[in-house]
Write a protein that binds this ligand. Structure first.
Ligand SMILES: NC(=O)c1ccc[n+]([C@@H]2O[C@H](COP(=O)([O-])OP(=O)(O)OC[C@H]3O[C@@H](n4cnc5c(N)ncnc54)[C@H](OP(=O)(O)O)[C@@H]3O)[C@@H](O)[C@H]2O)c1
Length: 337
């Protein structure tokens, strides 16, 4: 038997750790992975509540990020060996830069079973090698949050040294965006609701700081910091509630990486300045396996360490999600399995 956390009905109170039979049928091109750590994304909280997609099949094992080791391989598997340390990919059929609708939607942690379980059978293409300097807890932070920031900055646009990047808030995606931007020699303008978190951002190399609760018109402040030019990239995790400020903060021909909707998914917006400034508003969701491998090479070469805020045991998965909802974290929240 093995342990897993699952919901039989939507609702955080329904998330329970149970014992289930171990998976047995490892197909010829499949790999059996013993998971050691998972990490939380904002999505997981929505999935558990049935707010991400109420049509996801139940029961469901939540969570999309996982790290573990290979313990068995199928007869035709060539890429993996027993003992390899691996990370699961969010969308196991998404390999290249572009993907079909079905490849994008075929994701773990809903509708496919997620990573809050001891054992998982994964197609061999649904894994990447974990950077060798990372622990399982650190590795587990990479599949969604890190790859989203990486795809935005390096797949769908090309961040260059010296450019200005506005990073909204200090959650999982945003802190990776900060770290990748500094790796590339860019200048980071970090925003947060908390002065204490802005201080922590300083230790990661952020260059300029705005408290978005105190400075509501922060787009103007970004223009001041950039000598009225505007920033080259905006990491947009707020969505409709922050987009007007992002448009005000962005230089002509700059890019707004539309990643999240923490401040609302719809609303009345003045989009004229986006038109008049030739802005690119790039929606994006995570990324493909090739980008993941590229990102891991950059992480390994640079020795970059993900920022893990707090680690919870599997039995405390409910508390971990409540902690995510509190918004008091800085970087990633991890669950050990
Ligand atoms: N498109 C994708 O592929 C993708 C992938 C991952 C995540 N996402 C989305 O991106 C968003 C962030 O995800 P996450 O996992 O990084 O979340 P998270 O770790 O829970 O981040 C939460 C943080 O976001 C900041 N924030 C909240 N409201 C804000 C606002 N109005 N303006 C600026 N910052 C704000 C806060 O930072 P402070 O406490 O510092 O204020 C908060 O602590 C979510 O909407 C998520 O669904 C999308």
């Amino acid at each position: 038997m093995m342990r897993q956390a699952e919901i039989k009905q939507f609702g955080l109170d329904n998330l329970k750790v149970i014992e289930v039979p171990e998976p047995k049928e490892v197909g010829p091109t499949d790999v059996l992975v013993r998971l050691h750590a998972a990490s939380l994304n904002y999505r997981d909280s929505l999935v558990v509540e049935g707010k991400y997609n109420p049509k996801f099949p139940l029961p469901l094992v939540p969570c999309s990020d996982g790290a573990g080791e290979v313990i068995q391989i199928g007869s035709q598997v060539t890429e993996w060996n027993v003992g390899d340390k691996v990370l699961l990919t969010f969308a196991p059929k998404w390999i290249a830069k572009e993907a079909t609708h079905s490849e994008i939607r075929h994701t773990i942690g809903g509708p496919l079973p997620g990573t809050l379980r001891e054992l998982a059978i994964v197609p061999e293409t649904g894994l990447v090698k974990m950077p060798s300097h990372l622990t399982f807890e650190e590795g587990a932070t990479l599949p969604c949050a890190a790859l989203t920031a990486w795809s935005g900055l390096f797949q769908y646009s090309q961040l260059k040294p010296g450019e200005f990047v506005v990073v909204q808030g200090t959650g999982g995606v945003s802190i990776f965006a900060l770290q990748f931007a500094k790796l590339m020699g860019a200048k980071v303008i970090l925003t947060s609701s908390s002065d204490e978190k802005l201080d922590r951002g300083k230790s990661l190399g952020a260059d300029f700081f705005i408290n978005y609760k105190e400075t509501k018109d922060w787009g103007k402040e970004v223009r001041r910091i950039t000598n009225k030019v505007g920033a080259d990239h905006i990491i947009e995790v707020g969505g409709a509630g922050t987009l007007e400020q992002s448009i005000a903060a962005c230089r002509p021909f700059g890019v707004i990486h539309l990643i999240g909707i923490l401040a609302g998914r719809s609303g009345e917006l003045n989009l004229l300045p986006a038109v008049m400034n030739n802005l690119k508003i790039q929606g994006l969701v995570v990324g493909g396996r090739k980008a993941f491998i590229e990102m891991n090479q950059a992480i390994e070469q640079s020795g970059l360490k993900p920022v893990v805020d707090k680690v919870f045991p599997l039995e405390n998965s409910v508390e971990a999600i409540q902690y995510l909802r509190s918004g008091s974290h800085f970087g990633k929240i991890v669950i050990t399995i």
